[in-house]
Design a binder for this molecule. Sequence first.
Ligand code: ATP
Length: 362
Amino acid sequence: MGTVTLDNLRKEFDNGQIVAVDDVSLDVADGEFITVVGPSGCGKSTTLRMLAGLEQPTSGRISIGDEDVTNVHARKRDVAMVFQNYALYPHKTVRQNMAFGLRMSTDLSKDERHERVRETAEMMGIEDLLDDRPNELSGGQKQRVALGRAIVREPDVFLFDEPLSNLDAKLRTTMRTEIQRLQNDLATTSIYVTHDQEEAMTMGDRIVILKDGKLQQVGAPKEVYQNPANAFVGGFVGSPSMNFIEVHASVSGNSIRLEDQSGRFDYRLDGADYPSISDGDRLSFGIRPEDVYVADAGNGIETTVEVIEPIGSDNYLYLDLAPDFIARVDSSIEPEPDDTVAITFDESDIHLFDGSTGESLA
Ligand code: ATP
């Protein structure tokens, strides 16, 4: 069984000066594809390296299936890792690279090993490369071999550490689909680390978001996108990013008025929907670019267009309401720079976060 459980997993470096992974707990189901994402230094690689047995946790527990593997040597764990830099042996052929891990981790006969390598190479479309050495291969071919080497072992769990980062954009998209297809066919539990939120969102059954070693949110991509647990997650997933405006609340009867410091942003909410908001609260108002609508003059919040950026089907309007405030509108909406436009939002699309903790008020 390829279930994976992290229980208060912690990793400190430099005598506790650096907390790379800060008490992370996570349950991964058998056959699930989990993506782990976060900005540079958030602890993604360290988490994966602890799972692989390449780094010893400071405290906490790691289980694979029913077994507590926290103190089990890397070679004795039934996991296969795929690295960003491929980590192929340069002097071995593709065939030898693929067979090597098998020799170390199974007691198959030589013939059985070669048969398994051949089958896997066929599945990966690399059977013609079996006698080549890594320096004769392109980046995409190397990564295919690295994947093949992981697959041939038939492990309980695949661990991917930014495997596509060294490939160009087009190949990255192709390989993304291919990894998903393979994972679907093999139904092997996979934990996939990336700094690319789009990769994480498109590939994962669930996505794990880390920041400063702390787990911020775990959920299906759509759920995380629609209901971010905090402002960090709201801003991290989605491109272009969620727009934020710092506001204060004035509560009067059943109505809540949100205004920014300049007074240009002025929005009213139904107080019944937000019982936790009190008069004078400082909040962060979040709205995604695609949820900003351009309305007729006088029917919304007035703002000036700074830049208009056509992306084909849509236009991005940079508005002077707040720094980098973007409205993603239909390409038929084409104001000129310096034009004044009015914008509106659906109340169901807005996100409100506590002004100091960043926690969602939803
Ligand atoms: P990136 O996307 O840049 O690879 P990451 O999210 O994978 O980042 P980690 O590599 O896990 O982050 O690092 C988390 C933190 O731990 C960082 O502050 C990093 O500098 C620190 N760190 C990682 N390995 C060590 C080490 N061997 N010694 C000291 N500090 C380390």
